[in-house]
Design a protein around this ligand. Structure first.
Ligand SMILES: *Cc1c(COP(=O)(O)O)cnc(C)c1O
Length: 371
């Protein structure tokens, strides 16, 4: 049948021109391709300590229930989360990763031709999800490598439905502060939903960085997004959530497939929320590793952006893709950044001290620097 009618004439144009999201290279793939078994991965901003031990225990305890469907409404997890956040369960939406909540938002709010505003040099999913619904993705340039909130507010048109931003911003690690955020919220017209993706908020130690939670209200179209993938160490389980006005959450909930958050993810997330010790250990490793890597980069004369996240954007002044390939051969997986609009940068996330050291050694060698 595809002989008679070319398939691409049947696929919607905004779908046929989509390119799949390029994830960080998995360790298993590098092992397969180069036979490297002692490689390290610092490419996807994952937790270097592994999963929360309390989450692991909860998973083990619940393995024997895997023949049962999950609770479609994740009643207990929502109860725990609502207590944790000081919101009502009706103000929450759970997703198969916070990526899925983004998908709900875009599908619920953006008609074909509707505009989504974001910035350049940001999380690639925002553009991909917009394109998938036939929306128009408009970007406002970063200003001094930071999200330009006044610029975003000025760029709003009658067609704008959503503003998608993250703070700290992936991949720059830069932040906007409370005062600019509050002025921005006040200047966004009421037909626009603002989504603040806080995947890395736990790693922001500047007290002036705003938290979306403090601004969520029933009469304001603001949604905060959080994930268990980074600070909580559960990226492989796929669970994240959003919070915002109950009425909007109710609409998003209608788009949700019945069992989008699996059983193990639900019990693991509940346990991880109580694992204060693990979170503290994570922050300690990230803060000290971040400081150490930055100091070493300075010693080597490499420039990087000051970061409030668990990753660092580094300028290498040569194609980042070449540095990435050469680092792979050293068994260190990092990220080339040309898709993010930085052809001469790499991004690395903070690992364990020995991983950070190995990264620095490999980078010194690959860049031909004097360590
Ligand atoms: C990692 C990341 C997420 C989290 O995605 P999950 O689907 O929850 O794993 C969301 N937003 C940004 C900007 C990220 O970098």
């Amino acid at each position: 049948m595809t002989d008679r009618i070319p398939l691409n004439s049947l696929i919607q144009p905004h779908i046929s021109t989509l390119t799949p999201y390029q994830a960080g290279k998995p360790l298993e793939e590098l092992a397969r391709e180069l036979g490297l078994t002692d490689a390290i991965k610092l490419a996807s901003n994952e937790n270097p300590l592994g999963p929360s031990p309390l989450a692991l225990a909860a998973i083990q305890e619940n393995l024997h229930t895997l023949h049962r469907y999950p609770d479609s409404h994740a009643f207990y997890l929502k109860e725990d989360l609502s207590r944790h956040l000081g919101l009502s369960p009706s103000q929450l939406i759970l997703g198969n990763g916070s990526d899925e909540v983004l998908d709900f938002l875009v599908r619920a709010l953006v008609p074909p031709g509707g505009e989504v505003l974001s910035t350049d040099h940001t999380f690639l999913m925002y553009g991909l999800l917009t394109q998938a619904v036939g929306g128009v993705f408009r970007i406002v340039p970063l200003k001094e490598m930071r999200v330009d909130l006044p610029g975003l507010a000025r760029a709003v048109t009658d067609q704008t439905r959503l503003i998608l931003i993250n703070n700290p911003n992936n991949p720059t690690g830069t932040v906007f502060l409370r005062q600019e955020w509050e002025e921005f919220l006040d200047s966004v017209p009421p037909h626009v939903t603002v989504v603040l993706d806080e995947a890395y908020i736990d790693f922001a130690d500047d007290p002036l960085v705003p938290q979306s939670l403090a601004y969520v209200a029933e009469d304001r179209l603001l949604v905060g997004l959080r994930t268990f993938s980074k600070a909580y160490g559960l990226a492989g389980l796929r669970i994240g959530y959003g919070f915002g006005p109950s009425k909007l959450m109710d609409y998003l909930n209608r788009l949700r497939l019945p069992f989008n958050v699996n059983r193990l993810a639900q019990v693991a997330a509940r346990a991880a929320l109580t694992d204060q010790l693990f979170l503290e250990r994570t922050l300690k490793v990230v803060f000290s590793g971040r400081t150490w890597i930055c100091r070493e980069l300075e010693r080597l004369g490499l420039s990087y952006l000051p970061t409030q996240a668990n990753f660092i954007l580094i300028r290498v002044d040569r194609p980042g893709r070449e540095v990435y390939e050469a680092m792979l051969r050293e068994g260190v997986i990092i990220r080339a950044m040309e898709e993010y609009g930085f052809p001469y940068h790499i991004r690395v996330n903070v690992g364990l001290p020995e991983e950070n050291q190995r990264f620095l050694q490999a980078l010194t060698k690959v860049m031909g620097l004097n360590g």
